[in-house]
Design a protein around this ligand. Sequence first.
Ligand SMILES: NC(=O)c1ccc[n+]([C@@H]2O[C@H](COP(=O)([O-])OP(=O)(O)OC[C@H]3O[C@@H](n4cnc5c(N)ncnc54)[C@H](OP(=O)(O)O)[C@@H]3O)[C@@H](O)[C@H]2O)c1
Length: 254
Amino acid sequence: MSFNPFSLEGKTIVVTGASSGIGQQCVIDCSKMGAKVVLIGRNEQRLSETLSSLEGEGHLSVTFDLTNFDDLKGCVKSIVEKAGPIDGLVNCAGISTTLPLKLMNAEKMDEFFHSNVFSSIELTRHFCQMGKVNKSGASIVFLSSIMALAGENGKSLYSMTKGALLSAVRSLACEFARRNIRFNAVSPGAILTPINQDLPHMKNPEARAALESKHLLGLGKTTDISNACIYLLSDASRWVTGQNLVVDGGYTAR
Ligand SMILES: NC(=O)c1ccc[n+]([C@@H]2O[C@H](COP(=O)([O-])OP(=O)(O)OC[C@H]3O[C@@H](n4cnc5c(N)ncnc54)[C@H](OP(=O)(O)O)[C@@H]3O)[C@@H](O)[C@H]2O)c1
């Protein structure tokens, strides 16, 4: 086999949000890199279509709502029973909104923190229990956003949730380094996926052009983000932990 430091051969990788957009691209590309993947999402049909498009064998699809905290521990146990201890987890599932402060309330904040923060931290907590990850170590990736680093109108709620993940990553990296479990975040700029295709700044041609112009290299593709995840999951990043990898076509360079 030729030199490939980014190979995922022999690794078992769990990806949430695998039924759509970035998570879907991640499972497809991780399977191409040799990984056995576990897909988690809510939409059974899109999960099964994605499962059938994967390379290799032994993949597993799990239909599960990650905000169902009562059953999360059992879900993780059943995944490890079927797929064995894992080598990587990509926390991709999430929801987005553009919401001015006047329309925000405690209920909305609760919904967004449950979906974007608590679910991925809870899932990570259950996987980090002894016996659930490979004894030699693992790599955990969280999908944050450039909205955790830069402001835009109406993005405060979404940004708060993505900023919380960046903060968590640094301390979790410290807490788990002794078990060689690495924690990193990827912060994408705008990638056209179902999460944002109906948002006002994507549907309105002028707003979309303005957004595009803020990305020096134009809008991104889902593969731009799956490639970053592959790097962080692979042994090529064995000495990288507690970091935020910004993949934004130059949005934050200006
Ligand atoms: N697209 C962008 O421009 C962009 C930029 C920066 C950051 N991000 C982040 O990247 C991640 C993926 O975004 P995307 O653009 O790929 O979005 P997407 O196409 O809308 O996909 C979101 C995925 O999350 C899953 N999901 C949401 N809530 C869930 C829950 N409670 N339980 C289980 N699965 C749940 C969805 O599952 P179902 O479809 O099965 O319901 C879907 O698979 C998100 O965290 C997002 O914030 C995206």
